[in-house]
Design a protein around this ligand. Structure first.
Ligand code: SF4
Length: 666
């Protein structure tokens, strides 16, 4: 059977910008069987191809743009692409993913992934279609923001199929370590500093214009499962009387519950369909999920007078169009008119997501939602991560408030809690690396070390990566992931809330079953909690290998049938346990990548504040402290690693890593 009949194309494009050359390789089918596609394929090739001394911003680093195993096969909510590389922010494994149409476009050019190494002498972009790979001078685009760049390239390639474009803005060009890669004029693969890697290669954009078909073995079988899911998602809607103003009550109820009962993920879909992620903002605030005042305060301070400004009905009032990624039936995105807010500078923006609303809302104690629209558009255009940038601002505000820094340190900017206008001034400087912006543009860890004056006390990061807008004091599994995952500070990899929704125990023999339990159980460093974490993490590797979206992941395995779709697409006959083993292989490969690049896994541990040391004095997480060290150790053991996070010989053999990874002993 032809490789391209199996969901994956069977080909990878390797580009070397040092010489402007490329080659197409055809991985052995065992690579796909053992690593799938997406993040799995990237983990295998990046482990083997990036030398251990590689400077993340040097020519030996490789950046991979990968599609998913299921993308384009007729399965649903499986159209996300992922970029992976050695992160300049943490020095270890880095990845980020995004939606839009870039993932199918990779496969329509005939590849499962595009890997780029080397550094171009001059700024360039790469145009790829069914037959050719062309290196094009990009001096005229250098300095432009991501939206301007996409608009120009769309016009330039207006003949034939509409191009899919991934580009960097000024932040990536300026090698900001918190920069990302943008597509769809404002959707961003934001984390791990991936934009700086693209910028260091002087690669402004990748333009894809292929039109090859994407085939699967059993297209009809895939379609039948897709129709089943589409009907369910369509039938779950919110009654008209449910208004955004009611959501904080739901958050408060969940946050203060002493018992946890796993819910059906389908129940969340009406919220996602109606409001998208902004629908969770006020709930997350009252639940104790949103970090407040640089993680130091609670809903007592960020009270109703603040959070009511984030009523999602207010956010959707500006929405003029819904937005769906490829193959998605949820469509959580939207575009909002903001002409009136920006004196005509920006016509519209992608609706700010929860992470942005919280990063520039509760985290910095602001109720100025109008400014958040501007910040959102500014940062998306520049290609800068809103989560990280929000932390830089909250760090400055706390350091200023505590008297450690003054206007003199900040080019005359007075930055007090809640002052969004001052935040915008700081962000403008960070994007341009102008004045103090130069020392702030690389994230909180670097900023604190350059500012000095003991501001590092208030620098919230995990091994260099700023954590997301979800509080580990509410969800202890999240704290373990923040502290011990291969990409630290990451909220999408796993959490107790996700685990309860995914219901892996329905299909995976070893995933602990959860019924109704005491919330306090989550705060105990038990073997069961550790095994749940391992299961969630392994499943997420599988999700990132097939091109899946987090919001589909939390629908649960009973609805979103990626185990079944994967067999139908490839003709394999793997069990859910087999796919979970692949997930564990990928996770351990990434851990070995970090060790190869001299990362001490224990150095990723989150700051004490995030594990409740000292505990908060009010709100749903009042008095909560996590035994984080024991939890990390248990997670390592349950992963088959030792107490330092080093995979044991036993697990290396079990996962056959000794046969896959070339310099594993070197
Ligand atoms: S749920 Fe939202 S982010 Fe996920 S694929 Fe659909 S539109 Fe994209």
């Amino acid at each position: 059977m032809e490789a391209e009949m199996k969901g994956y194309t069977g080909k990878i494009l390797f580009i070397d910008l040092d010489f402007k050359t490329y080659e197409v390789i055809q991985p052995d089918s065992t690579i796909y069987e053992n690593y799938l596609s997406g993040v799995g394929l990237a983990s295998y090739y990046l482990y083997n191809s990036i030398p251990k001394d590689a400077n993340p911003l040097g020519n030996k680093n490789v950046i991979a743009f990968v599609s998913g195993l299921l993308t384009g096969t007729g399965s649903l909510i499986t159209g996300r692409w992922l970029v992976a590389t050695k992160s300049p922010l943490t020095g270890g494994w880095g990845d980020a993913n995004c939606g839009g149409t870039f993932s199918p476009a990779i496969k329509q050019c005939g590849y499962d992934g595009i890997f780029v190494k080397g550094i171009s002498q001059e700024p360039c972009y790469i145009h790829i279609d069914n037959k050719s790979v062309t290196f094009v001078d990009a001096k005229d685009l250098w300095g432009m923001d991501s939206v301007e760049t996409e608009e120009i390239l769309e016009k330039r390639y207006s003949k034939g199929k509409k191009p899919s474009i991934a580009t960097i803005g000024q932040a990536g060009e300026n090698l900001s370590l918190i920069s990302g890669i943008v597509n769809e004029k404002g959707r961003i693969a934001a984390r791990s500093g991936v934009g700086a890697v693209m910028g260091s290669k002087r690669l402004k954009a990748i333009v894809l214009q292929g039109s090859l078909p994407i085939k699967a073995v059993d297209t009809q079988g895939i379609k039948e499962l897709s129709a089943e899911l589409a009907n369910k998602v369509r039938s779950f809607t919110l009654p008209n009387f449910v208004k955004g103003s009611l959501l904080p009550l739901g958050g408060s109820f969940l946050g203060n519950s002493k018992k946890v009962t796993p819910l059906d993920g389908m129940m969340l879909m009406p919220i996602m369909k109606k409001w998208g992620t902004p629908g969770t903002t006020t709930m997350a605030a009252t639940m104790g999920d949103s970090p407040i005042k640089n993680w130091s305060s609670t809903i007592k301070e960020f009270d109703k007078s603040y959070y009511k400004k984030f009523n999602p009905d207010i956010v959707t009032k500006r929405e003029y169009e819904k937005y769906h990624c490829y193959s998605c039936i949820i469509g959580c995105g939207g575009k909002s008119k903001i002409n009136d807010l920006s004196d005509g500078k920006y016509d519209h923006t992608h609706k700010p997501e929860y992470e942005t609303l919280s990063s520039f809302g509760s985290l910095i104690m602001s109720k100025d939602i109008d400014s958040i629209y501007i910040i959102n558009e500014m940062l998306n255009r520049a290609g800068m991560d809103t989560i990280s940038a929000g932390h830089v601002v909250s760090h400055l505000m706390e350091s200023f408030d505590k008297g450690l820094i003054s206007e003199e340190d900040l080019d005359g900017i007075r930055i007090v809690w809640g002052d969004s206008k001052a935040a915008i001034k700081i962000l403008e400087k960070m994007i341009k690396r102008e004045g103090v912006g130069d020392l702030l543009a690389d994230g909180v860890k670097v900023a604190a070390s350059k500012l000095g004056k003991t501001t590092d006390k208030y620098a919230i990061h995990c091994g260099g990566q700023e954590p997301a807008m979800h509080d580990s004091r509410l969800d202890p599994m999240l704290g373990v992931i923040y502290s011990a995952d291969t990409t630290p500070g990451r909220h999408t990899t796993g959490s107790s809330q996700y685990y309860n929704l995914i219901r892996l125990w329905d299909k995976v023999s070893w995933a602990p079953k959860v019924k109704r339990y005491d919330k306090s159980d989550e705060y105990v460093a038990s073997e069961e909690e550790a095994l749940k974490t391992v299961a969630n993490v392994a499943y997420k590797q599988f999700v990132d290998s097939i091109g899946g979206c987090l919001f589909a992941m939390i629908l649960g395995v009973q609805h979103w049938k990626i185990f079944e779709w994967s067999n139908l697409a490839t003709g394999w006959n793997k069990t859910p346990d087999d796919y979970m083993e692949i997930g564990r292989r990928i996770q351990t490969t990434k851990q070995l990548f970090n060790l190869k690049h001299s990362i001490d896994p224990l150095s990723f541990k989150m700051p004490d504040r995030l594990s409740g040391k000292p505990p908060l004095e009010s709100g749903p997480t009042k008095g909560k402290t996590l035994p984080i060290d024991e939890m990390i150790t248990n997670f390592f053991y349950a992963s088959g690693w030792d107490n330092n996070g080093v995979p044991t010989n036993k697990i290396i053999k079990e996962l056959k890593l000794d046969t896959f990874l070339e310099d594993i002993n070197g």
